[in-house]
Write a protein that binds this ligand. Structure first.
Ligand code: TIU
Length: 226
């Protein structure tokens, strides 16, 4: 039988019988729109909005092919019980996690700014996970949800490349998942950090995993699971 692979770096990524899950990290208004947490940290959010069409194409393909889809949000409880004081204090910004910004309380579950952007809003049946950390496995049920579905391969997209995406991919790698980051479906506030992250994940024979473009991923997924 033909082996189906994604043309990826540093070498082809083998697609298993049990399709990978798509994990979209933190495409929430807090990071992608002006007036959110990302902007409060002093960042220009415009580069992050630019990846939305690529993430959307990937999401639509995975939906059509029936893949498991996971959307995460970096979110804290309204009472901040799950936000370490050190995380809240970090950066010494005027607006901190839990403070009221133009889109409601920053990084608080249920606030307007915490919602996933409308273009990528989860559909019924897709998993939406609030996560209190940078990594998607920390203090969430993600590992158990994936294990229950027999999923061993993860395709990552979302923001930001070197913070929540990279942390989540490293957590997944340590738990035994075969991880691929979709290059044009992830972005950083710092272009040089994105470049460095893609390079370090795939260096040393794919020490953390693989990267490929959304076009390469979509072509291979359609060939394998259509
Ligand atoms: N600041 C930054 O680059 N990222 C975060 O704080 N969270 C995520 O990456 N989602």
């Amino acid at each position: 039988m033909k082996a189906f692979t994604i043309d990826a770096k540093p070498y082809p990524y083998l697609l298993p019988d049990q399709a990978p899950a798509l994990v979209i990290i933190d495409m929430q208004r807090d990071f992608v729109e002006p007036g959110g947490f990302g902007a409060a940290l002093g960042n220009d959010v415009a580069p992050l909005l630019a990846i939305v069409p690529a993430v959307r194409r990937l999401l639509e393909t995975c939906r059509r092919l029936g893949l498991t889809i996971i959307h995460t949000r970096e979110a804290h409880r309204a009472d901040l019980a799950d936000c370490p004081p050190a995380k809240r204090a970090r950066g010494g910004c005027k607006l901190r996690i839990g403070d009221v910004g133009p889109m409601g309380r920053l990084l608080i579950d249920g606030e307007a700014g915490n919602a996933i952007i409308p273009e990528l809003r989860p559909l019924p049946g897709e998993i939406e996970l609030a996560k209190p950390g940078k990594g998607a496995f920390y203090a969430t049920a993600l590992h158990e949800l994936l294990q229950a579905r027999g999923i061993s391969h993860l395709l990552f997209a979302g923001v930001t490349t070197e913070v929540c995406v990279q942390t989540s991919m490293r957590e997944a790698n340590d738990r035994g998942y075969e991880c691929l980051l979709v290059e044009d479906a992830t972005e950083s506030y710092f272009p040089e950090f994105k470049r460095a992250t893609l390079a370090m994940l795939t260096a040393q024979g794919g020490i953390v995993g693989w990267t490929a473009t959304s076009a390469q991923v979509i072509t291979a997924l359609e060939a394998r699971y259509e």
